[in-house]
Design a protein around this ligand. Structure first.
Ligand SMILES: *[C@@H]1O[C@H](CO)[C@@H](O)[C@H](O)[C@H]1NC(C)=O
Ligand SMILES: *[C@@H]1O[C@H](CO)[C@@H](O)[C@H](O)[C@H]1NC(C)=O
Ligand SMILES: *[C@@H]1O[C@H](CO)[C@@H](O)[C@H](O)[C@H]1NC(C)=O
Ligand SMILES: *[C@@H]1O[C@H](CO)[C@@H](O)[C@H](O)[C@H]1NC(C)=O
Ligand SMILES: *[C@@H]1O[C@H](CO)[C@@H](O)[C@H](O)[C@H]1NC(C)=O
Ligand SMILES: *[C@@H]1O[C@H](CO)[C@@H](O)[C@H](O)[C@H]1NC(C)=O
Ligand SMILES: *[C@@H]1O[C@H](CO)[C@@H](O)[C@H](O)[C@H]1NC(C)=O
Ligand SMILES: *[C@@H]1O[C@H](CO)[C@@H](O)[C@H](O)[C@H]1NC(C)=O
Ligand SMILES: *[C@@H]1O[C@H](CO)[C@@H](O)[C@H](O)[C@H]1NC(C)=O
Length: 401
């Protein structure tokens, strides 16, 4: 077990509303879109199982009108497990088994089917790929010691879901967008080019990562906590064989190619990086993990940026600087790329309506995230937005709670 990190990094409800379907119900009344789960029955042929051996699943809401042949595929997020005890725990929950998942999912934000809430993608086929492998859909291994059995089959789950969707219309897609948030945003980096292999050459394929740009950064005690965490994850789940060969061939540590900052320059498909420079998950688990702050000096600052002292703000500004540095090559040289790096304390901004597209949504240069992503996808204009440093952005809610 890794001492520096909680063994199972589960994304909490950092933005109070982002994981609260009741809010969607109460706001939209009867307008809420609930989408049924589809189990991938053929997955057993491919040996594609969730941690506990259950079948993988997705939710599909059909496109219509002009969007009927366009496909948005969104990876669900939800942390990772990096050792046997934490994966065994996870296998008993909705993060490791479709048996424990809600069968109806609320589709909001980028998944909404309402043109006034999701102007560019509302009429596309929209799919949520459920996350139950614990390694961003990238592992391929199995643990079986006679008494305990765990499947690390994320890569096969990815393949099984795509193969299930191809005959349902994905195989004739005109346009496709692969997206995902957090661990799902990381999956979007890892599988972006692979999606193009399954689709016709003339399909326009692009990828978006929301809050998936996890930095290879030291924590405040100067430990490489995140790097150690990923190294144990990669070795447990058998991820290395599935990483981009053009990246692993060049890197000193092949495992580095799990970090988007190294993998990004090898991705050939047009990519959009959406992330807060003060991503709350990275703040709490990469920059200031509990192991690095045993006395709790950061307790109040973690709950509310306004409570951070000057030294803490300097450290947070340093983190932002490092993120922008890691993206500077992409910013300057990627002609078909897009980005939206804002300065709100947030985590996952494409899935909830109030951060994606609403009157009081976060904005950079007066553009909402939905507008920036749409402008990039459809080539309406260059869409590379970088916010000014905290605390200049007055469109942020900065709800960490
Ligand atoms: C959808 O919600 C709006 C308010 O948000 C309401 O005015 C409208 O009547 C609802 N439509 C349906 C079909 O329920
Ligand atoms: C779409 O959302 C708007 C704004 O919330 C609402 O007024 C409208 O009723 C919704 N339309 C449908 C078809 O649900
Ligand atoms: C979801 O699917 C189940 C089984 O096919 C069905 O009984 C149920 O009515 C569906 N629910 C909705 C909201 O479509
Ligand atoms: C499942 O696999 C069988 C055999 O490979 C194939 O004939 C069938 O069409 C598949 N079903 C689905 C729903 O993909
Ligand atoms: C198998 O692994 C589990 C979890 O690590 C452990 O509790 C159990 O004792 C192991 N069984 C054997 C036979 O080694
Ligand atoms: C791609 O080519 C196929 C076959 O030539 C054609 O049917 C399809 O409409 C084309 N799709 C796009 C997006 O141009
Ligand atoms: C990617 O896609 C192809 C399908 O053409 C598959 O055969 C290949 O093994 C996939 N996986 C990786 C890691 O490249
Ligand atoms: C830093 O990492 C080392 C080696 O993994 C470990 O022994 C030490 O306890 C860590 N320190 C903190 C503060 O986490
Ligand atoms: C910002 O955009 C909104 C429309 O989204 C527009 O009404 C407003 O005038 C713009 N503000 C500025 C300062 O350009």
């Amino acid at each position: 077990m890794n001492q520096n990190m909680p063994t199972q990094l589960v994304i909490g409800c950092f933005i109070a509303l982002s994981c609260a379907p009741w809010w969607v119900y109460s706001q939209n009344g009867d307008n809420r879109t609930l989408v049924n789960m589809t189990l991938v029955r053929n997955a057993s042929v491919l040996g594609a199982y969730c941690l506990d051996g259950s079948l993988p699943a997705y939710h599909l809401d059909r496109g219509f009108g002009a969007g009927a042949r366009n496909w948005l595929l969104q990876f669900e997020g939800g942390g990772w497990c990096n050792d046997i005890p934490s994966c065994l725990e996870r296998a008993k929950t909705h993060r490791g088994s479709t048996r424990f998942m809600n069968k109806l999912e609320v589709f909001s934000g980028i998944l909404s089917n309402n043109a006034s809430l999701n102007p560019d993608f509302y009429n596309w086929n929209r799919v949520k790929l459920r996350y139950c492998d614990g390694a961003s859909f990238a592992g391929d291994a199995k643990f079986d010691n006679g008494t305990s059995l765990l499947y690390f089959r994320g890569q096969r789950i990815w393949r099984a879901i795509i193969q299930d969707l191809l005959p349902k219309g994905l195989g004739q897609a005109r346009k496709a967008l692969l997206s995902g948030c957090s661990a799902g945003g990381l999956a979007s980096f890892l599988h972006c080019d692979n999606l193009t292999n399954y689709l016709p050459k003339n399909t326009s394929v692009k990828c978006l990562s929301d809050a998936g740009f996890f930095l290879d950064e030291r924590d405040i005690s100067l430990n490489h906590s995140m790097r150690s965490f990923y190294e144990s994850l990669i070795s447990l789940h058998g991820v290395e064989q599935n990483l981009d060969k053009s990246c692993t061939g060049f890197r000193y540590y092949p495992a580095q190619c799990f970090f988007p900052q190294y993998a990004l320059k090898y991705i050939r498909t047009p990519f959009f990086v959406l992330n807060s420079a003060y991503d709350v998950y990275q703040f709490h688990h990469i920059l200031v993990p509990p192991s690095a702050d045993p006395k709790g000096h950061w307790y109040h600052c973690k709950l509310n940026p306004a409570a951070c002292n000057a030294a803490q703000i300097r450290i947070l500004q340093g983190f932002r600087k490092d993120m922008l540095l890691a993206l500077s090559f992409f910013y300057r040289h990627s002609r078909r790329g897009g980005m939206f790096i804002n300065s709100c304390f947030a985590h996952c901004q494409s899935e909830s309506q109030e951060t994606w597209f609403a009157a009081d949504s976060p904005r950079v240069n007066n553009k909402t995230i939905a507008e920036a992503v749409g402008d990039w996808y459809f080539g309406r204009r260059v869409s590379k937005e970088i916010d000014c440093a905290y605390n200049c952005d007055h469109t942020c809610a900065n709800l960490i709670g």
